[in-house]
Design a protein around this ligand. Structure first.
Ligand SMILES: [Zn+2]
Length: 331
């Protein structure tokens, strides 16, 4: 198996363009705004309007020399290569990048999930010859539970402990807004408190018609003001001195990794909520089937199991083991 017009670093050779490059390059296509995919310092960036705006919020207006927007389901032709964005269902603005050259279609999923999410456009399956996929949760043991069941654990805990502040660890981009949206969908109408570092992106989602209801920045005047309230903060803030401001809080965290009990325990999480923005094992393998891809290249995550699964199903599988795509949920 040879990659002819793309290489292991997701470089599209005929148009000298990289997908989610880790280092500054001349031409970059960015699948979404998470820090392990969107880096500052490229000369030209092609992305959705939302991804570009998110990059500017995080890195500043001049984080690339030139930006070009491409809408979902629109095709851009550059020389002999055509590029089309399809929704990835991962976070606001996230896309899969379908590229076509001389009749061959290669689809780069970026990070994705196929389950529905009110905070972004839902995932859309695409057929291709070669699928370049993530595999963050690419082991059969990862089977994400129902999101409503998970969010109800938080509401149930509030009911059981109405005096205690509920401090929920969430990553700033995507997870924060999804947790808030899920709480609203379950009828939770009270004010939700957020750590200051989450404010800009929450505002940005609201401007993009994602309804998050009433949010207030935490401004600790009186410790007891937060009894029985939900407070969202980045996990790093919950681990440091910031969280000591709260009286006897229940420590929660919303992450796909919370399915690993050991991990929850290590981070002293009392109330783990298994909420992932990535495809689980079934979603990953189902999508490989639906895509009808003959070749599957796995960019990052648990590559071996997916590659093995491909071989069993007569599909060429190859692990690319891209560097720099760590546990994005830490970013
Ligand atoms: Zn991501």
């Amino acid at each position: 198996m040879k990659m002819k017009w793309i290489d292991k670093n997701l470089h599209i050779k005929p148009i000298n363009t990289h997908i989610d490059p880790f280092r500054p390059v001349e031409n970059a296509i960015i699948t979404h705004g998470h820090a392990d995919h969107a880096k500052p310092g490229h000369k030209n960036v092609l992305a959705t309007k939302e991804t570009i705006e998110i990059m500017k919020i995080r890195y500043g207006e001049n984080c690339a020399d030139h930006f070009q927007e491409l809408e979902l389901n629109q095709t851009l032709n550059i020389d002999e290569v055509s590029i089309t964005f399809f929704p990835a269902g991962h976070i606001l603005g996230s896309v899969q990048v379908l590229t076509q050259f001389k009749g061959e279609k290669i689809n780069f999923t970026g990070d994705y999930k196929t389950s529905k999410d009110k905070t972004c456009v839902n995932f859309e399956p695409v057929k291709c010859h070669t699928l370049v996929t993530e595999a963050t949760f690419g082991l059969p043991v990862f089977q994400h539970p129902d999101e409503k069941k998970e969010i109800n654990k938080l509401l149930h805990s509030l009911y059981l402990f109405p005096e205690r502040p509920h401090l929920v660890g969430v990553y700033a981009l995507g997870k924060t807004q999804r947790v808030i949206s899920l709480l609203r969908q379950q009828g939770y109408n009270k004010n939700i408190f957020i750590h200051g570092s989450l404010e800009k992106l929450c505002n940005y989602y609201q401007e993009n018609n994602v309804n998050l209801g009433k949010l207030s920045k935490v401004s600790l005047i009186n410790k007891n003001d937060y009894n029985g309230e939900i407070i969202l903060a980045p996990p790093s803030a919950i681990k440091n001195i910031w969280s000591r401001k709260f009286e006897d809080p229940i420590i929660s965290q919303a992450s796909g990794w919370m399915s690993i009990k050991q991990r929850a325990k290590q981070s002293l999480v009392e109330l783990p909520l298994i909420l992932s923005d990535h495809a689980d094992w079934n979603e990953l393998t189902n999508y490989i089937k639906i895509s009808e891809a003959e070749n599957v290249y796995v960019t990052h995550g648990r590559e071996e199991a997916i590659v093995h699964w491909c071989k069993k199903n007569n599909i060429n599988g190859l692990a690319l083991s891209l560097s720099g795509r760590e546990d994005e949920e830490e970013l």
